[in-house]
Design a protein around this ligand. Structure first.
Ligand SMILES: Cc1ncc(COP(=O)(O)O)c(C=O)c1O
Length: 286
């Protein structure tokens, strides 16, 4: 068995190339499923219990029955990470509603399909965390329940691709004048030394990295945080801007469309947060 390629599908460990998914899996047909991505740091899962809490919430809101216990998922994460030999990367986990002849309503008596595998970190992301990222801005054309981490990521995929085409690293979504989040990240700004971010309601994903910054990292740096909506005018007054996510960590934003943020270099607040966040990862978090 090629270790890096290890996967878990329904009740067994296998390799990714051996997983056989039916074309009638509702994840494939409808995007009818949810997912999580958990960071692997130094051979251990980071903040896994936070990710599992969010997974069960997503499943509940999608009315996908929980057929596996969190303890079992924790154990499978551990086996995958250990067997893969991957020290720094992430575990991908998705749960679809199951496999059944195609019809929109929920078929009776189907079992969710659970797929998990491990991926290595992209070294490019670490460089971006050091040098800062450029972002473009886009209209948020997503539905109104993006707090559910569902498989339906087309606006995110198209947004990320559009950013890439324009030589940027991510896109920030706006609903009208209001800043939401990135295509796979939450967004924060610093003004008067205070950290501002949008409240987490149905219109953004309640990111785990975001949550850890608000509850642990910023307080331990002695920096005040305020959850408040941010419009374009307010964003333009930012001293610093940064995006956060499980695989991104904390990345300073140095340019938004054609506008340079601050002096165009990662600022002191984001540097301090990055340092504390690295410390938290080294300590570990269940
Ligand atoms: C749309 C969106 N927002 C925010 C995030 C950041 O969430 P987390 O910190 O839990 O990775 C993600 C992560 O993939 C995302 O897809």
């Amino acid at each position: 068995m090629e270790r890096k390629n290890i996967a878990f599908y329904n009740h067994e460990f296998t390799t990714l190339d051996n997983v056989r998914i039916s074309p009638l899996d509702r994840g494939y047909i409808f995007g009818d499923g949810v997912y999580e991505v958990t960071k692997v740091h130094d051979g251990r899962c980071f903040a896994l219990s936070y990710h599992l809490d969010r997974l069960y919430r997503s499943m509940r809101l999608m009315q996908i029955p929980a057929t596996i216990a969190p303890d079992e998922l924790t154990e499978i994460h551990g086996v995958l990470v250990e067997e893969s030999g991957i020290r720094n990367g992430s575990v991908y986990l998705q749960v679809t509603r199951g496999t059944a002849p195609r019809t929109h309503t929920f078929p009776a008596g189907i079992q969710p399909n659970i797929l998990m595998f491990v991926q290595e970190d992209n070294p490019h992301k670490q460089e971006l965390a050091a040098s800062g990222v450029k972002v473009i801005t886009l209209d948020d054309i997503r539905w109104e329940h993006v707090d559910i981490k569902s498989l339906n990521l087309i606006p995110n995929v198209l947004g990320a691709q559009q950013a890439k085409k324009k030589g940027a690293d991510d896109a920030l979504f706006f609903r009208g004048d209001e800043l939401m989040e990135g295509t796979s990240s939450n967004v924060f700004m610093v003004r008067d030394g205070i950290i501002w971010t949008r409240p987490a309601d149905e219109r953004i994903l309640k990111g785990i990295t975001r949550q850890l910054i608000l509850t642990k990292v910023a307080p331990s740096c002695g920096v005040t945080t305020i959850e408040r909506t941010i419009d374009r005018e307010y964003l333009a007054k930012a001293e610093e801007v940064f995006i956060t996510g499980t695989t991104t960590g904390i990345a300073p934003v140095v340019q938004i469309d054609k506008t340079i943020v601050g002096d165009g270099k990662p600022g002191p607040v984001v540097r301090k947060l990055q340092e504390r966040y690295a410390g938290l990862m080294a300590e570990g978090l269940p």
